[in-house]
Design a protein. Structure first.
Length: 506
């Protein structure tokens, strides 16, 4: 392995430095310089992911590419980075998605270009820091730091109601994280360390575990978001520019589920098992209720935003069904399938929903409206774009052969062994997602050309075709051949299942 090359630090700091480089590249009359800096930076980071993947040992659950040096020595806070099979795919997903956002912005963003590119590049570095940090203070700094560029993204380049949406986004996610900080400080007092891995062997009574569980729950549930702390997401998605919506859907929502996997389940296994009914119940509520809410939406972005909440409910269901599966069947292989299905669902959702948000951005740039009633017959004027969107809509529905099918099938198959009724209600997502996704697609793309504005639409070209082609390839590749991803996940998922089922009661 390339332990001597600080790949993780490069992936964190190159985009941050590239962001400042784009910011200094010039005003809008020299916007091409900022675009060049952003594209080069994102391509360098994507290239660094190649050795990260090729030199990753999928046969071990140990942290790899570790960097551990003193940071704030007085308090024993360290610059401690590393990835395992759970976090490494998220690092690559972050780099890939950020590259897509930068390419998409080459055409779409025409004002404050250097600031826009800088915001997304800095956000990329901070998000990779979240997935790679193994020191709790470092994790918290990255976790909170990424809110700032996203707040600016919504507040500066967002829609008419952007000020309200950006403040609501920041307050919800920031206040939810305060209790997490309290829990991390408490764990530090017990262990004498800020290293996250040092919290795993701590002995905790059930009261301590439950309080710590809910402290983490408030931070991670808001980020996913789970019902009833989900109301910030539709507003943020609706007002954010297309790139902001893609990052929210593809990356920031996943950090909540990642938090449950990295903190809640291994640190508080007894509380997680005792409260699995709560997590399963909230997940099912998100799948069914939020799916019904999505059907009634008249704004395309709000519809896809609500569908994201429902699909993330599937991811949390897969995580916490492992306790019921082991308790009911004793079959650890089914638990493997459930947890791996949750990871696949997160990554698939990033591709399909991110692509749909990008597609809505393409239409908005041409029509300056997101209301479904303002469209109709778009396929007559943009047949290539309609074909791409149909593929992503099918992935959102979970059509076999697309990435959306793999994770949902794994979760449903494993949960069926434990509970018919949980599986029954979870499976309603197949009907509900088809209802709201295909109904929206029909009203927007099919039928006669609705009005003169639709009649003037021009087919996608240039970077739009490139971005949609890349996303289409990933959706189909993961749907047909998910083995490279599952192979990376297996050892780390197995270790997580082991430690999350070991009691820590004193």
């Amino acid at each position: 392995m390339l332990f001597h090359v600080p790949i993780l630090s490069l992936l964190i700091w190159i985009p941050i430095l590239g962001g400042f480089g784009a910011l200094l590249a010039g005003r809008d009359d020299n916007a091409h310089r900022a675009r060049i800096v952003a594209v080069v930076t994102s391509l360098i980071c994507m290239a660094l992911c190649v050795p990260l993947y090729l030199n990753f040992d999928s046969n071990t659950f140990a942290m790899q590419f570790v960097e551990n040096v003193p940071w704030i020595t007085e308090y024993n806070i360290r610059y401690y980075l590393g990835v395992d099979g759970i976090s490494m795919p998220m690092v690559i997903l972050t780099t890939f998605t950020s590259m897509i956002v930068v390419l998409a912005a080459l055409r779409a963003i025409k004002t404050n270009v250097s600031q826009y590119m800088a915001a997304f590049l800095v956000m990329q570095g901070l998000m990779i820091g979240v997935f790679a940090a193994l020191d709790s203070v470092l994790f918290y700094v990255f976790w909170e730091g990424m809110l700032i560029p996203m707040y600016l993204c919504i507040g500066v380049w967002g829609g008419p109601n952007r000020t309200y949406a950006s403040i609501k986004f920041f307050l919800y996610t920031f206040l939810g994280s305060v209790l997490m900080l309290v829990a991390l400080l408490y764990l530090h007092n017990l262990s004498g360390s800020f290293a996250i891995l040092d919290y795993y062997p701590l002995k905790l009574n059930i009261t301590q575990q439950v309080l710590i569980f809910f402290a983490f729950f408030m931070a991670f549930a808001v980020k996913i978001p789970m019902w009833p702390v989900h109301t910030w997401l539709p507003d943020a998605h609706t007002e954010a520019p297309a790139g902001g919506s893609v990052v929210l859907a593809a990356l920031m929502l996943k950090m909540g589920v990642y938090g449950f996997l990295r903190f809640s389940m291994p640190i508080t296994p007894d509380a997680s098992q005792a409260l699995d009914w709560l997590m399963i119940g909230l997940s099912l509520f998100a799948i069914v209720y939020i799916g019904l809410v999505a059907i009634g939406q008249t704004d395309m972005k709000r519809l896809i935003a609500y569908s994201s909440i429902a699909h993330m409910g599937f991811a949390t269901l897969g995580c916490y069904m492992v306790y019921k599966i082991v308790e009911t069947t004793g079959n650890m292989q089914d638990a493997y399938m459930s947890l791996e299905g949750s990871m696949v669902q997160m990554i698939s959702h990033a591709f399909s929903t991110g692509a749909l948000f990008f597609g809505i951005g393409v239409l908005y740039d041409r029509m300056h409206t997101r209301m479904i009633k303002d469209y109709g017959g778009v396929a007559n004027k943009m047949p290539m774009f309609a074909a791409f969107t149909m593929l992503f809509a099918m992935a959102n529905v979970g059509l076999p052969g697309t990435s959306g099918f793999v994770g949902e099938f794994m979760i449903l198959l494993s949960s069926f062994r434990a509970s018919f009724w949980i599986t029954f209600f979870a499976a309603t997502t197949l009907i509900l997602s088809a209802a709201y996704t295909l109904w929206m697609f029909k009203r927007v793309f099919f039928g006669e050309v609705a009005n003169d504005n639709v009649a003037k639409l021009k087919e996608i070209e240039g970077t739009e075709i490139l971005v949609l082609s890349i996303l289409a390839f990933t959706v189909l590749f993961l749907g047909v051949y998910p083995e490279p991803l599952l192979q990376v996940l297996h050892a780390s998922v197995g270790h997580l299942l082991t430690i999350s089922h070991q009691t820590k009661l004193v």
